[in-house]
Design a protein around this ligand. Structure first.
Ligand code: BG6
Length: 479
C-alpha cells in the first residue's frame, strides 16, 4: 500500500548507527525540506531519557558527526524528536509507546537497529500494542542472522506481523549513489551491454578494502567475521548488480527479480577457491596498529580478510571468474569493481613489435567515485624501431562531472525511501536467502577442510595466498 509515513519510530535510537548515520541523515533531509514538516521522529532505547534530554543527546551526536552544520538547522531539526524509554522484553512498554505515538492514520515507518536477540520480542511487542497495521512498514538493519536458518527465523518472525511489501531490509551499500550508478552505467549506455558477457570479459574483480580494524565492535565482529559481515551482504549485492540481466523497468520487482536470479546462479565455492586471513600488528599510513588478537584481548580464529574466486553459472558468465576480496586493516580504504575484457582476437601490431594490453573498466565506488576505461593508444613518434602502444585511461571523475549536486549519506536515501515506501533499494527475502545459502556452503567447506585464517601484516593486501589465488590464473589484483 502506498503511503508516506508521518511518524518515524527508531529502535536503537542511542546506538552508534543512530548517532553516526541516522540522526545526521534525518537532520540533512529536514534542512533540505525533504521530509514533511509534520513528520515526527520517536526514538526508543533502554537508556533513560525524556524528550529534552534525548534532544541534548542528539545535539551532541550532530555536533560531533555534522561539525560544519548550521546550529540553527540542528535546533530546528531537534524539535521533531521525541523519546520513549523502552525495554523490548517488557510487553507493557509497548503499550506506553503506543500511547506516546498516538494515531497512525497517516502511516508510520519503523527503523529497527537493535541486537538480533531483540528482534522477535520487538515484533511481538509491536503486534500486541497494535503498532503493526496496514499503515506501518518496517526497516531492518543488519545483522539479520548469522546463517540461512537463523535469518529465516528472523524473517519468519517479521513476516508474522509485516508482509514482504512492508518489510524493508537494509543493505546500506544500495543507498550509495555510486552503487546506483552501476545501473546507469550498464543500462543507460549502449556500448557496454553487447560486451558484458563471457565472450568479451575475461574476469571481474570486486574489492572492498578498509583501513579500520575492530573499532568498538568486539561483541559483534568476532562472532561474524569478514565473510558474514561484508561478503554475505555488500559484496554479493555489488556482484548481483554487475552480473544481473537487464531488468525491464527501474522498479523494485523487476530489479530484485534479476538480482536474485544472478545470486542463485552462484556456483558452490571449492576449498581451493577461498583464502581467509587475520591481521597481525603492522602500520597503516605510517602509524603502528595492533593485531586483531591484541585489539580483541584474546586469541581468535575469526577471519578479518577473505578472498574468493566465484563463478556465476549461467549462459552470460560461463567460465568468467569473479575475484572477490575484502578485509580490515588493508593499506587503503577503497571499494572498486574491475572488469577486465579479453584481448583483441588478432593484433595487427604484433608484426611491428607492439604488445596490446586488454581493456579494463575500473568502477571506483569509494572513497572517490570515478569510472576509468583503459584504452590502447599509440605512443607518438616516427616508429623507426617499431610501433609502441600503451594503455591510457579515459577517466571520468564524478565529482567533476557533477560538481553541483550535494553528496548524500547512503542512509538519507534509504530513510526517505522507507518513509515514502519505495522498496527498490532494499533487499528482498529471496535475495537474502540466496546470499546466505552460498555463504553457509563456504563456511561448511572451511569447516570440512580445516581452513583457518592465515596471518597478514596490517597495512598489507592480505595473506600472500590471496595474491596466489588470482595469480595462478594469470590474474593480478588491481591495487
Ligand atoms: C558494515 C560492516 O556493514 O559496513 C562494517 O559491518 C564495515 O564492518 C562497514 O566497516 C563498511 O561500510 P562503508 O560504508 O564504510 O564502506
Amino acid at each position: 500500500m502506498s503511503f508516506t509515513a508521518d511518524r518515524l519510530l527508531l529502535f536503537g535510537a542511542t546506538g552508534d548507527l543512530a548517532q553516526r548515520m541516522l540522526l545526521p541523515s534525518l537532520c540533512a533531509l529536514h534542512d533540505d525540506g525533504l521530509i514533511a514538516p509534520g513528520l515526527s521522529v520517536i526514538g526508543t532505547a533502554r537508556s533513560d531519557y525524556d524528550d529534552d534530554s534525548y534532544r541534548n543527546f542528539a545535539r551532541d551526536a550532530l555536533n560531533k558527526y555534522l561539525p560544519d552544520f548550521r546550529k540553527d538547522a540542528i535546533d530546528s531539526f531537534l524539535g521533531r524528536l521525541k523519546y520513549q524509554t523502552l525495554d523490548a522484553t517488557q510487553p507493557d512498554h509497548f503499550v506506553t509507546l503506543a500511547d506516546e505515538i498516538g494515531t497512525i492514520d497517516q502511516g508510520m515507518a519503523i527503523f529497527l537497529s537493535t541486537a538480533p536477540s531483540l528482534f522477535e520480542p520487538t515484533i511481538a511487542g509491536l503486534s500486541a500494542a497494535g503498532l503493526t497495521g496496514d499503515k506501518v512498514r518496517i526497516g531492518l538493519e543488519k545483522p539479520l542472522g548469522t546463517s540461512l536458518s537463523s535469518s529465516q527465523g528472523i524473517n519468519d518472525a517479521v513476516a508474522r506481523a509485516f508482509p514482504e511489501d512492508r518489510t524493508f531490509r537494509i543493505d546500506h551499500y544500495l543507498g550509495k549513489e555510486t552503487v546506483q550508478n552501476l545501473l546507469a552505467l550498464r543500462f543507460a549506455n549502449i556500448m557496454f551491454e553487447p560486451l558484458w558477457n563471457a565472450a568479451h570479459i575475461d574476469h571481474v574483480q570486486i574489492t572492498i578494502a578498509e583501513t579500520v580494524g575492530l573499532e568498538s565492535r568486539v561483541g559483534y565482529y568476532d562472532g561474524a567475521g569478514a565473510l558474514r559481515d561484508m561478503v554475505q551482504n555488500h559484496m554479493l549485492q555489488l556482484l548481483a548488480l554487475v552480473a544481473m540481466e537487464p531488468p525491464a523497468n527501474f522498479d523494485a520487482t523487476a530489479i530484485r527479480d534479476e538480482k536474485v536470479k544472478a545470486l542463485r546462479s552462484l556456483r558452490l565455492v571449492g576449498p581451493d577457491e577461498t583464502v581467509t586471513g587475520q591481521y597481525r600488528k603492522g602500520a597503516i599510513d605510517g602509524q603502528p596498529v595492533p593485531g586483531y588478537d591484541d585489539e580483541l584481548g584474546q586469541e581468535s580464529e575469526t577471519e578479518t580478510f577473505v578472498a574468493i574466486k566465484a563463478h556465476v553459472d549461467n549462459w552470460r558468465w560461463k567460465g568468467v571468474p569473479f575475484y572477490l576480496r575484502t578485509g580490515k586493516r588493508l593499506p587503503e580504504r577503497t571499494t572498486e569493481i574491475v572488469v577486465r575484457f579479453r584481448p583483441v582476437p588478432h593484433s595487427i601490431f604484433a608484426s611491428r613489435g607492439a604488445r596490446t594490453v586488454p581493456n579494463s573498466l575500473v568502477i571506483g565506488i569509494q572513497p572517490e567515485e570515478n569510472i576509468q576505461l583503459t584504452l590502447m593508444a599509440k605512443v607518438p613518434g616516427l616508429d623507426r624501431e617499431g610501433i609502441r602502444l600503451r594503455p591510457v585511461p579515459l577517466d571520468i571523475a564524478m565529482d567533476d562531472a557533477f560538481a553541483g549536486p550535494q553528496k548524500r549519506i547512503a542512509y538519507e536515501r534509504l530513510l526517505l525511501d522507507l518513509i515514502e515506501g519505495d522498496q527498490t533499494l532494499f533487499v528482498r527475502r529471496d535475495e537474502v536467502e540466496a546470499q546466505w545459502d552460498w555463504i553457509d556452503a563456504i563456511r561448511a567447506s572451511w569447516e570440512t577442510h580445516g581452513i583457518k585464517p592465515r596471518s597478514y601484516t596490517a597495512g598489507s593486501w592480505g595473506p600472500s595466498s590471496a595474491i596466489a589465488l588470482a595469480e595462478r590464473d594469470g590474474v593480478t589484483w588491481h591495487d
